[in-house]
Write a protein that binds this ligand. Structure first.
Ligand SMILES: Cc1cc2nc3c(=O)[nH]c(=O)nc-3n(C[C@H](O)[C@H](O)[C@H](O)COP(=O)(O)OP(=O)(O)OC[C@H]3O[C@@H](n4cnc5c(N)ncnc54)[C@H](O)[C@@H]3O)c2cc1C
Length: 386
């Protein structure tokens, strides 16, 4: 029977980041992926390391630390991950949103983010093509982006070079702990043995929890995205509508039709390194249907052309959807499970898993090696649900 220090269940950006940081510590690893590497949310998402979308608290702390790690990784990987810091703006086009955003920006400034509220004249300097009815915007200089596919490829190639084994198109059907070791029986009847297991199966993490009799409160929040043809840059900063932030943090305050609220739509508009713009997105709770639909495509097109009328004649070349792993209380679980020593959960990052991947991998590797974690992780413990 093959024997490992760590077996990782789920080959998205979180599992791969764990693999990368653990191989730096010379651990013998296997990765088990039910489908193909990157076939989950990490291959069907936007590319932002967004600080502005987080209130001061643990999620913002994780994102700030992760951004610092990305700066180092982009150097280490020769910027083969397409990391850029272009800043971000949250556009405000009505007075109720302005009041909410003033308070929000004040909290973030207080925390230490480099962000300010700017008036219409300033907005037009940064983004000349934005509609005339804009009233204000935030302007943050630290929001960054990275190509999730390239990042996964770098993590994967580093881990493979350090000897990681991969089992693809299969998954665990039984997890049993025997004399301090976990036995993992795979679908193809192969059994492997390990000291530690990491559950990084994204929106499917709860299924793995069931194998050891625990209830992991993570489900899908589907997001649909449109991709434009390659375009010249409209402005350096990536864009969100105030509705995006409000529907994420305080959905009850969104002043839109019931249908838009139900779909959780708030506009995000960012340009990938290739020149294509990504237009998103929905937040559809519990939805595991991979299709995109015309209703959502029309709403997103209307929203983006309302903010940027110049886009009326451009082409949408494709649409796609992904499943954010959403945890009940909006924070990821980065934790060992009490009573199941050696079983770790690294999941539930919802719309921030790309941003938080490096810090998650680093924290999990520190926990498994019995080191002091570089961030206090008590708030991220699985125990908080008991
Ligand atoms: C529309 C959209 C936009 C987004 N935009 C951003 C953004 O701008 N910035 C950001 O930070 N985040 C963003 N996200 C969120 C981000 O994509 C996710 O948080 C992140 O990809 C989650 O990574 P993961 O590795 O946990 O999950 P996944 O990438 O879903 O990986 C989980 C893997 O586990 C596999 N698996 C499932 N069950 C099993 C099993 N039983 N055994 C083995 N393997 C299994 C799956 O096949 C999958 O490959 C967005 C998400 C969406 C959908």
């Amino acid at each position: 029977m093959k024997n490992y220090d760590v077996v990782i269940l789920g080959g998205g950006i979180i599992g791969l980041s764990c693999a990368y940081y653990l191989t730096l510590k010379n651990k013998k690893i296997a990765l088990i992926e039910k489908n193909q590497i990157g076939s989950g949310a990490s291959g069907s998402c936007d590319d932002m390391i967004l600080l502005q979308s987080k209130k001061p608290g643990k999620n913002l702390e994780l994102a700030v630390e992760s951004l610092n790690l990305y700066k180092g990784l982009s150097q280490e990987f020769g910027n083969n991950i397409d990391f850029h810091t272009r800043g971000g703006m949250i556009l405000i086009d009505n007075k109720e949103h302005l009041a909410f955003m003033e308070n929000y920006v004040a909290q973030q400034k207080n925390y230490g983010l480099n962000i300010e509220l700017i008036d219409k004249k300033e907005v037009k300097k940064f983004h000349p093509y934005v509609k005339d009815k804009i009233i204000a915007s935030t302007h943050g200089t630290e929001d960054s982006q990275v190509n999730p596919l390239y990042t996964m490829r770098m993590f994967l190639s580093k881990a493979l070079r350090s000897g990681m084994d991969i089992y693809k198109d299969t998954c665990a059907i039984e997890l049993n702990k025997k004399s301090g070791h976990w036995n993992i029986r795979l679908e193809n009847d192969l059994t492997i043995e390990t000291e530690n297991i990491i559950n990084s199966a994204g929106a499917w993490s709860a299924d793995i929890g069931k194998l050891i009799g625990i209830n992991i409160p993570i489900t899908s929040k589907k997001g649909q995205i449109l991709v434009t043809e390659g375009l010249p840059q409209l402005g350096k900063e990536n864009i969100w509508s105030a509705d995006y932030i409000i529907s994420k943090l305080n959905p009850e305050l969104v002043n839109q039709s019931d249908r838009i609220k139900e779909l959780g739509i708030g506009l995000s508009f960012s340009q990938a390194g290739s020149g294509n713009y990504l237009i998103g997105s929905t937040r559809e709770k519990g939805n595991y249907n991979k299709g995109t639909d015309n209703e959502v495509i029309n709403i997103l097109v209307n929203q983006v052309t309302d903010f940027f009328p110049i886009l009326k004649n451009i082409h949408i070349i494709r649409t796609f959807a992904g499943f954010r792993p959403a945890c009940e209380d909006g924070k990821p679980i980065i934790s060992e499970v009490k009573g199941n020593e050696g079983f770790y959960i690294a999941s539930g990052h919802e719309g921030d898993g790309i941003a938080m991947a490096p810090i998650t991998g680093k924290l999990i590797s520190q926990m498994i090696c019995g080191e002091k974690t570089s961030i206090d992780v008590r708030e991220l413990s699985f125990d908080r649900f008991n």
